[in-house]
Design a protein around this ligand. Structure first.
Ligand code: ADP
Ligand code: MG
Length: 390
């Protein structure tokens, strides 16, 4: 599943309307019947809609399903990508798209820029693209989902990530500034940095260790546990303070964040602490004299006004949504679970499931050869402009 924006500037306004109609129809239909697409797009019938449908299917933004009981189409991840990009473009959140800088377990990360040239990051959530080696139980829960339900979970992940980043950034936590979210995507500040896992040594490991543990405690005091607090999700940025270069840890990746009221809160808190403790021992040969921090201590003196988990819930990311996503996170685990699984992976367990697998069951109306390759961008900085909206 690659993001290919070549076709974006050639879509007509009718094409966009039809694409939106397929998205809208997907809320109630796994496969959106063609007459419903025509109806929802507001077209008055005739060949116009069919021309748009062909054009969209040709570039893989919608797809026909083989052996379906009726004539219809479903939205592909490519189509969802385009809809999100179009929203960001219209809102002036982003203007151009550059290189892919990260392939997370379940996300793709691109450099992008605002119309003013500010460097930003576009994170596309791709839940369902998991390596099955990290999943020990409940495989059926994953196997029996369709594309639509993965897209729904990816949207929840993006919404949740944006909601938590918004409050954390506002409260002065070292997290990237969130700029916008649409569907399964979040636009945020670009952090010029290296992930902690790539850093071989630091001048003062004790100082950074203390800062990270303080951050875990500060989060808990605001009602939150990151849940995947480790060397994969901490970016280390160089900052010049009074002529001296200092290393500043920035926390990213929030879809698995839980409330301190969560039934397993203590477990998640202790795991976050343990991940950092273990990493500092292994990588920097640093062991703290102090035990802890401890969950019970962190919660001392906390009152409801301080609780960001309550605020986020009230702001629209509901308990029901949180539960749906929690279930997924429990089954799949975070970056740490993936890394642990990779360490101990045997051949047999190494079967990877990809979002594209499902594409095998679908046919593009105009033939596969029309689907274009991912654009190669040589300029590391923002080569591809999204073009103006027709
Ligand atoms: P995932 O959920 O797939 O683990 P992450 O949010 O952890 O995704 O991002 C994956 C990688 O992308 C990070 O390890 C980092 O290298 C890069 N990245 C993510 N967000 C940013 C950002 N705001 N600035 C710079 N790099 C980022
Ligand atoms: Mg991550």
């Amino acid at each position: 599943m690659k993001l290919d924006i070549k076709a974006i500037r050639y879509l007509t306004s009718e094409d966009w309307r039809v694409l939106q109609a397929v998205e809208q129809g997907s809320k109630n239909h796994e496969l959106v019947p063609t007459p419903l697409i025509a109806h929802l797009s507001g077209a008055r019938g005739g060949s116009g809609v069919h021309k748009c449908i062909s054009a969209l299917a040709k570039v893989g933004l919608i797809a026909k399903v083989k052996n379906a009981k009726y004539d219809g189409y479903r939205l592909t991840y490519g189509g969802l990508d385009y809809l999100a990009l179009n929203t960001h473009r219209k809102a002036n959140s982003i203007y151009s798209l550059g290189n892919q800088i990260g392939v997370g377990k379940e996300s793709d990360i691109y450099i992008t820029a605002s119309p003013e040239g500010r460097r930003l990051v576009l994170k596309l959530h791709r839940l369902g693209r998991i390596s099955f080696r990290s999943v020990k139980n409940n495989r059926d829960y994953l196997r029996h989902r369709n594309t639509g339900s993965w897209m729904y979970l990816s949207r929840l992940a993006a919404q949740k990530e944006h909601a938590f980043m918004r409050v954390l950034h506002r409260e002065g936590f070292p997290v990237p500034e969130p700029v916008a979210w649409s569907r399964h995507t979040v636009v945020m500040e670009f952090i010029d940095s290296f992930p902690l896992r790539m850093i071989e040594s630091v001048p003062d490991p004790g100082k950074m260790y203390g800062e990270l543990m303080d951050m875990i405690v500060a989060l808990a005091k605001r009602g939150l546990i990151h849940g995947d607090f480790n060397e994969f999700n901490i970016l280390v940025k160089e900052e010049t303070v009074g002529g001296k270069v200092e290393l500043k840890p920035i926390l990213i990746d929030f879809p698995q964040t839980v409330s301190t009221n969560h039934a397993n809160a203590q477990f998640y808190f202790d795991r976050d602490v343990e991940c950092i403790r273990r990493f500092f021992e292994r990588r920097f040969k640093y062991t703290s004299n102090e035990r802890g921090p401890f969950f019970a201590d962190a919660l001392k003196g906390v009152n409801a006004e301080m609780r960001l988990d309550i605020e986020v819930e009230a702001s629209g990311f509901s308990k029901k949504m949180a539960k749906e996503l929690d279930r997924y996170v429990e089954v799949v685990g975070g970056d740490q679970a993936e890394a642990d699984a990779a360490d101990g992976a045997d051949e047999d367990a190494d079967e990877a499931e990809d979002l594209d697998d499902e594409e095998e069951e679908v046919e593009h109306e105009m033939g596969e050869e029309d689907v274009q390759e991912d654009p190669q961008v040589d300029d590391p900085k923002l080569a591809e402009q999204l073009g103006s909206l027709s």
